[in-house]
Design a protein around this ligand. Sequence first.
Ligand SMILES: [Zn+2]
Length: 84
Amino acid sequence: MRLLVWCLLLYIGYRLLKSALSAEKSTGAARRAVDEETVRDPICGVYLSRDDAVVGTLEGTRHYFCSLDCLEKFREQLDHTSQS
Ligand SMILES: [Zn+2]
């Protein structure tokens, strides 16, 4: 009779351990971070990574460009729209 109780306890312990291990596996694989963010040049429409982009802060908001030429064009457009 006592042996039966021990077997039952062992079985429950084994089940708990197994479920705990499988739960840990599923949560660990789900997390994968996106380390590189893509931005779009508003002038020529080119997509590029934020590390390569030319950053221009215009009227309090950040804009990303492929080159300084596009940044200048954007600044000119902004001047035209604000003047008219
Ligand atoms: Zn561009």
